[in-house]
Design a protein around this ligand. Structure first.
Ligand SMILES: Nc1ncnc2c1ncn2[C@@H]1O[C@H](COP(=O)(O)OP(=O)(O)OP(=O)(O)O)[C@@H](O)[C@H]1O
Ligand code: SF4
Ligand SMILES: [Mg+2]
Length: 364
């Protein structure tokens, strides 16, 4: 059984402008010791998806199932969720200052976290453990730095302290939400190395949310690409990078600076993500998709198996055999599109082709 099995999760928010459909029927699972990368542009629902699992989306209407270690988190009372949060599932955010209290010493915050979940631990024992943890995540001279306040740490050190706090209770799952976005490339690489080392040591499962495909390439085993609150494609990392099916995934790969997918050129994805209040009919990606066909305007494709192994899934009407950037797959796509396109779809495709690249979006 998977450690976390999420089925048809939906999260929406009522606002003055209408209902925001932030997560629209997402299913995925995470196995112990494995890393699932969740990627997608800003606003695609990555944070809401994971925070809703932990009861951290106040005002959100949640439905579906999220079974963690045998317990359905959806609809669980707040006290039980609080017990699971931190102890069983730890979260690392992009900005540690939102999680580290500025007025308390870093070491104290870690030791209090330990004591909050285990009253039998004395203050001195908890402090010793905090020092051990800070050393373990690479904070130099942890015995002295344990008494520092968060502002006395650099950005990278604060992120390490957050990770120390996250692993202090030996969680089974760590959710890392853009943990390295605010850091420079060298520190980012160190933090990713650290997470991987900790994962190897303890067999923790990791959900890595990022808009950076470079991070996914470094750390993920499996990848879920999100678009407008849904999974556009789900596959092993290898399939996502070399045999991708969904045009949005292809677009993401081509929008990486120096991407080999686009022959070294950075190609922005045309247009901008849609409003989650007024979603386009049919496939939500159709106003930006160079392969748009008639049926894409009216019918929303389900996430269905593509390729030959059942684990690779994509929500797109293109033929399931058209995988990757190779000329044969592109030929299949082009022939399908030619046969499946008339009237309105032709107009949309022409508008996309004519749109200036400068108005497109790049997520890396
Ligand atoms: N409390 C809320 N009320 C209304 N809308 C919300 C609320 N929280 C999130 N949203 C909306 O839900 C959508 C998904 O947001 P989310 O934060 O999950 O995106 P994301 O993929 O994490 O983006 P980013 O990469 O910028 O972090 C956005 O359109 C956001 O505006
Ligand atoms: S379903 Fe149609 S519009 Fe959507 S990604 Fe596939 S080809 Fe493009
Ligand atoms: Mg987010």
């Amino acid at each position: 059984m998977s450690l976390l099995e999420v089925t048809d999760l939906r999260v929406s928010f009522r606002t003055a402008d209408g209902v925001v459909q932030a997560v629209r029927g997402v299913s995925f699972s995470v196995e112990p010791g494995r890393t699932l990368g969740i990627v997608g542009e800003s606003g695609s629902g990555k944070t809401v998806l994971t925070q809703s699992l932990l009861g951290l989306t106040p005002g959100g209407q949640i439905s579906g199932k999220a079974v963690f270690d045998g317990v359905n988190l959806v609809g669980l009372d707040s006290r039980s969720l609080q017990n699971i949060r931190g102890k069983e599932i730890a979260v690392i955010f992009q900005d540690p200052l939102t999680s580290l209290h500025p007025l308390y010493k870093v070491g104290w915050q870690i030791s209090e976290m330990i004591r909050a979940h285990d009253k039998s631990v004395t203050r001195a024992q908890a402090t010793d453990r905090a020092i051990d943890l800070l050393g373990h995540v690479g904070i130099p001279r942890p015995r002295e730095r344990v008494n520092d306040y968060p502002h006395q740490f650099s950005g990278g050190m604060r992120q390490r302290a957050m990770i120390a706090m996250a692993i202090s209770l030996n969680p089974k799952l760590i959710i890392a939400d853009e943990p390295t976005t605010a850091l420079d490339a060298t520190v980012q690489a160190q933090i990713l190395d650290l997470l991987q080392r900790l994962q190897r040591e303890s067999g923790t499962a990791l959900l890595m949310i990022t808009h950076d495909l470079g991070v996914v390439a470094d750390i993920a085993d499996d990848v879920m690409v999100m678009y407008a609150g849904r999974a556009a494609e789900k596959a092993s990392k290898r399939d996502i990078f070399y045999r991708q099916h969904h045009p949005y995934t292809k677009g993401l790969l081509e929008s990486i600076p120096n991407s080999s997918a686009a022959g070294g050129r950075l190609v922005p994805i045309a247009g901008q993500p849609p409003s989650l209040i007024r979603l386009p009919k049919g496939c939500a990606f159709h106003p930006r998709c160079a392969y748009v066909m008639d049926r894409c305007l009216t019918d929303e494709p389900a996430l269905a198996p593509v390729g030959d192994a059942g684990e690779h899934r994509s929500a797109c009407w293109l033929p399931s055999s058209a995988l990757g950037p190779g000329p044969e797959a592109e030929d299949t796509r082009r022939r399908t599109v030619q046969a499946g396109r008339s009237g309105e779809a032709i107009k949309i495709a022409e508008a996309i082709a004519a749109a200036p690249e400068s108005e497109g979006s790049v997520i890396a």
